[in-house]
Ligand binder design. Structure first.
Ligand code: TYD
Length: 203
C-alpha cells in the first residue's frame, strides 16, 4: 500500500481518537510505518489554541479562531505531515481541514473558511465518523471532562449540519470523503474504517 494521508473527522464524542489509534495499528500491521498526529497540533500555535479553547475566560474570540487553526495547519503540515509522507510513512490525523470548514464556518461563512484553507494539501482520504449529536453529548458527559466551547448540544447539532455541507463542497472539489457509520461497538466501527481504507488503497 502506498503512503496515505488519512484524516479522521467528526463531532466531539464521535470516537475519532479511538478509531485513529486502531487504524494506525492496523496500517502498521500491513507493513508500513505510521505517523499518528492530531489538530490542534502539538506545535506552538496548536498549544495556544488548546489553552484558548479550554479557558472560558480566554480573550480569543471565535472570529480569530479560523486564522489560528489555519496557522497551526501550515505549521503542522510543514513540521510533521509532509516530512512523514516523504519518508514513506502513512499519516493519520485526528482532525484536519474539514474541522475548520465545519466548525469555523459557523462564524465566518463556509466559502471564506474554504478560501483560507485552499492551499493546504487535501488528504488522500477523509473519514467522517457519522454519529448523532445526542449520542455524542452523552459520551462527552460520560467522560466527565470539562466541556470546551464547542460541546453544548445546540452547538453539536450546528456542527453536524455544517459537516453535511462540507462533505458536499469538498466532494465537488474532487476530495475523497467517506462517511462512516459510527454507531455500534468500537470493533464494528473499526471494521467499517478498515473497509473504507482498503477501498481507497485499491483505487
Ligand atoms: P479535539 O481534537 O476534539 O480535542 P480533544 O482531543 O482535546 O478532545 O479538538 C478540540 C476542538 O477544536 C474540537 O471541539 C474541534 C475544534 N476544532 C476546530 O474548531 N477547528 C479545527 O480546525 C480543528 C482542528 C479543531
Amino acid at each position: 500500500m502506498r503512503p496515505l494521508f488519512i484524516a479522521v473527522e467528526g463531532l466531539d464524542g464521535s470516537g475519532g481518537t479511538t478509531q485513529v489509534k486502531l487504524l494506525a495499528d492496523w496500517l502498521r500491521a500491513q507493513g508500513r510505518p505510521v505517523h499518528v498526529t492530531a489538530e490542534p497540533s502539538t506545535g506552538p500555535v496548536g498549544r495556544f489554541i488548546r489553552q484558548a479553547l479550554a479557558d472560558p475566560q480566554a480573550r480569543v474570540g471565535d472570529a480569530v479562531l479560523p486564522y489560528l487553526f489555519a496557522a497551526d495547519r501550515r505549521d503542522h503540515l510543514d513540521r510533521e505531515v509532509l516530512p512523514a509522507l516523504e519518508r514513506g510513512e502513512h499519516v493519520v490525523s485526528d482532525r484536519y481541514k474539514h474541522s475548520s470548514l465545519a466548525y469555523q464556518s459557523l462564524c465566518m461563512g463556509l466559502s471564506q473558511v474554504a478560501e483560507l484553507n485552499s492551499r493546504f494539501r487535501a488528504p488522500d482520504l477523509t473519514l467522517l465518523l457519522d454519529l448523532d449529536p445526542e449520542t455524542c453529548l452523552q459520551r462527552i458527559l460520560a467522560r466527565g471532562e470539562p466541556r470546551d466551547r464547542f460541546e453544548a448540544l445546540d452547538r453539536l447539532r450546528a456542527v453536524h449540519d455544517s459537516y453535511e455541507a462540507v462533505v458536499v463542497l469538498t466532494r465537488s472539489q474532487g476530495e475523497r470523503v467517506c462517511r462512516v457509520d459510527a454507531q455500534g461497538s468500537v470493533e464494528q466501527v473499526h471494521a467499517r474504517v478498515v473497509a473504507a481504507v482498503k477501498d481507497r488503497a485499491s483505487a
